[in-house]
Design a protein around this ligand. Sequence first.
Ligand SMILES: O=C(O)CCC(=O)C(=O)O
Ligand SMILES: [Fe+2]
Length: 508
Amino acid sequence: MKMPDIAAIDPHSDIVTNFYSSSYPNNDSLHHPSRPDAIPGHPLEVKPSGNALLATENLRHAIGTFNLLPDELIIMLLEGLDGPSLLQIGRTCKAFYAFTRAEDLWKALFIASPPSSFSWKGTWRSTYLNLSPSNVPIVNCSNLYSDTLHRPFYCAHISLDPYVTNIPPRNQIARLPDLSPEEFQEKWTDTPFILTEPVKQWPVYRKWSIETLLSQYSDVLFRAEAVDWKLSTYGEYMKNNSDESPLYLFDRAFVAKMGLKVGQLSDEPDASYWTPPCFGEDFFSVLGNDRPDRQWLIIGPERSGSTFHKDPNATSAWNAVVRGSKYWIMFPSSSKLPPPPGVYVSDDQSEVTSPLSIAEWLLGFHAEARRAPGCLEGICGEGEILHVPSGWWHLVVNLEPAIAITQNFIPRAHLTAALDFLSNKADQVSGFRKGVENPYERFVTKMQELHPLLLAEACDELKKRTDAKKRKWDEIVHGKAEQDNDIDSTKGGFSFGFGDDGSDVEVP
Ligand SMILES: O=C(O)CCC(=O)C(=O)O
Ligand SMILES: [Fe+2]
């Protein structure tokens, strides 16, 4: 008897609504052969676990004692094997063959010991083993039922449309042609927005495409997560991969590698791009070459992107889309608000656990996030630039193959937040070169030299925030009456709310 394939059942039925997700979108393209964005069948025909309930045959029965173990544990055991051992166990039966085809196993082997020379072959397994696609057998594993094996494949093919369209008006990120430095400083430093004009003046906006970059920089090595690949190899990867979370090129040394000139046209007539004037103020520049990493070239295929995070060292950022488009979903940070749905943060905020891929997060949490207080969403299109205020959570996904440049900075409105971070979260400070010791002291020394008044103001503000939190703490621990005596009524104007001011000062 041919068993029903749950993944092929009408997506509006209850079964599919509960499949991998509590908030499955109304995606009526799922498995519909006549729709161009329908999800293709799994290459080995592995089915989601639920199908096992009615199955008369199950390939898992051939794996002996291992059949007692859940799929995740089998994969964990296989993670301990090298390539030849994986191939060997994969030959024992169809079920193990399917398990040993899991791409994450081969990606990990590749990254642990990259072959000295290789070409991208469409999958991590074929690339690691140097197999041409015609040498990879098509094995029918249709009687294997495994969410662990099916989910990554499924997530690599979901349509992003239901998540990035119909953004509720209250969630829309503001869109403006441009802002002056004064307008930015007065009204916009705590608000995400998209500027539609400045990037369109950049020479790289006219000149860059994946093709032109490939023709000019094909042999240049760029960093993509844990690997340094020639751009030509990354170009092949972009064209031909089925990864759930595509490898993302994120290179902080691109200006030197590509021999670019960067700066305002008045100083640098041959500049390839420049910081839009409204984002010009950046107090990390007082550190000169000792500043932390500042700018990145970002290239990735459709579906690549960044899972939820806040930018480093309490900096703000701009992110300019030179080619393609990006969907952004953002949340303010405040101790009054929880982190975004599906994101878990340790007490000291040093660890962010977002165990899900972007696609899994969209499937499982997007609907809830869209309704959550503070949620903002928007699409930053080609030639547009988005502002990420200090401390904001963001998840970003490329809707098409994309090229972007991002740069982090400290505007005066967030000088206090940066000082707070450098002094109170020294263990989480990142991006400084190895020899640069004690970034907080260096920063304060340089600020004292170059901007003493601003530094004094920011330090005052930081002290106020710390004192307010101490009082709040005392109020909680010792009761209200006792701490009332501590309030200096001459100062007034304090915010007694935790985190209203965006500060993350630790309560001692
Ligand atoms: O383009 C992206 O993937 C987002 C990068 C990012 O997180 C940023 O620019 O802050
Ligand atoms: Fe970011």
